[in-house]
Design a binder for this molecule. Structure first.
Ligand SMILES: C=C(CC[C@@H](C)[C@H]1CC[C@H]2C3=CC[C@H]4[C@H](C)[C@@H](O)CC[C@]4(C)[C@H]3CC[C@]12C)C(C)C
Ligand SMILES: C[S@@+](CC[C@H](N)C(=O)[O-])C[C@H]1O[C@@H](n2cnc3c(N)ncnc32)[C@H](O)[C@@H]1O
Length: 365
């Protein structure tokens, strides 16, 4: 072959490979984001690596982040940084619902996710005319499913401005912007009137609060008397042993890689709810049999992780993705291993469900 022909062929093959990496391999797992769109929230390109380092040094020793008032006060700001760093990767590699769900035999992940979300709407008895609060709404996957399923209006709150914009764009695209509203704010001091919601829910979000009382207390305040609050909580289960180093490492790994100021024990949730005034209507760990494992989706993705890691590296090399994305992606990969171990050993559940009622006669009155 002529040298010129060889050079052209090599060039074409190279370009084909880049195209394959970026557009095919980098395609979103569940539509909506491509690898080339990994922006790292509202952090400017040159600050991504620094922000990741700051995040990591804060959450490296999770329990310590909640022990003093001064460090607990910093948690929301670091959680905001965390979601700037991970939101695009989550959307790209997981979809618009940032939570787990029990696997359903013969059904897709998408179906399992929707069923887990619609369960909340059904428990709340949400219906047209109701105004329901989504506490820690992410980019609004659950909000849209619940609004569409129930016909209720849903107002979501998230600490992260970038997620607000993503959620609003998704709502518009889904034709649900008249029914779904998104507000930027702290769920421990919400900008809503007392007794202004017919129902409230939180899906894998309140685990970011240093004190669960602070967020449950706020939900209690904004809920109308007699109405329900459903929450899916991240907890350690009674199988967790604090004297087993493998257990401790798995739980610390989950906390570090998920911006958690310290996981709570399952048996703490109901008493905290009662402490702020709620009646406990139901409490159930949805991860327990007969539910099928929630962590198989993480495990089955090994090949996808390898592919994604390669895509992220190539995009960083080509300067399409900002420096620091590789580190964030590595952190998530490690977190996935800890979460899987937590699921397999049964020491951790991301779906300890509580159904709480604000009594008709408020005890404080
Ligand atoms: C509730 C929370 C988030 C739960 C999950 C939505 C996310 C927890 C770990 C995340 C992921 C881990 C591995 C990533 C993978 C390396 C990458 O290639 C593609 C995205 C992942 C699969 C990513 C997706 C979201 C999670 C499963 C917490 C924060 C309270
Ligand atoms: C794992 S995501 C879950 C999002 C959504 N519930 C879902 O299932 O797709 C956690 C959410 O809680 C929000 N969050 C964490 N701490 C918060 C705080 N102090 N105030 C408001 N939102 C918060 C995050 O911004 C994020 O949107």
């Amino acid at each position: 072959m002529e040298p010129a022909t060889m050079a052209w062929t090599a060039g074409l093959v190279g370009a084909g490979l880049v195209y394959w990496f970026v557009w095919v391999m980098g395609a979103a797992e569940v539509k909506g984001k491509r690898a080339v769109d990994l922006k790292m929230g509202s952090i400017t390109r040159d600050k991504v690596q620094d922000k990741y380092t700051q995040y990591w040094s804060f959450f490296r020793r999770p329990k310590e982040t909640a022990t003093t008032q001064a460090s607990a006060d910093k948690v929301p700001a670091f959680v905001d940084t965390f979601y700037n760093l991970v939101t695009d990767i989550y959307e790209w590699g997981w979809g618009q619902s940032f939570h787990f769900s029990p696997s359903l035999p013969g059904r897709s992940h998408r179906d399992a996710t929707r069923v887990h979300e619609e369960r909340v709407a059904d428990l709340l008895g949400a219906k047209p005319g109701h105004r329901v609060l989504d506490v820690g709404c992410g980019v609004g996957g659950p909000m849209r499913a619940i609004a569409a399923h129930s016909g209720a209006r849903v107002v979501g709150i998230t600490i992260n401005e970038y997620q607000v914009n993503r959620a609003r764009a998704h709502n518009r695209k889904a034709g649900l912007d008249a029914q779904c509203e998104v507000v930027c704010g702290n769920f421990m001091a919400m900008p809503f009137d007392d007794a202004s919601f017919d129902g409230a829910y939180s899906i894998e979000a309140t685990c970011h609060a240093p004190r669960l009382q602070d967020v449950y207390g706020e939900v209690y305040r904004v809920l109308m008397p007699g109405r329900l609050y459903v929450s899916y909580e991240w907890v350690t289960t009674p199988l967790y042993r604090a004297d087993d180093p493998a257990h401790v490492e798995a739980i610390h790994g989950i906390e570090r890689g998920d911006a958690l100021p310290g996981l709570r024990r399952q048996d703490e949730i109901a008493s905290i709810a009662q402490e702020v005034g709620f009646e406990v209507v139901q409490e159930l760990d949805l991860a327990l049999p007969p539910s099928l494992p929630w962590w198989t989706r993480l495990k089955m993705g090994r090949l996808a992780y390898w592919r994604n890691s390669l895509v992220v590296r190539v995009l960083t090399l080509l300067r399409i993705a900002p420096k620091g994305v590789v580190e964030v992606h590595e952190m998530l990969y490690e977190t996935a291993q800890h979460l899987t171990l937590g699921g397999e050993t049964g020491i951790f559940s991301p779906m300890h469900m509580v159904v709480l009622r604000k009594p008709v006669a408020d005890a404080a009155e």
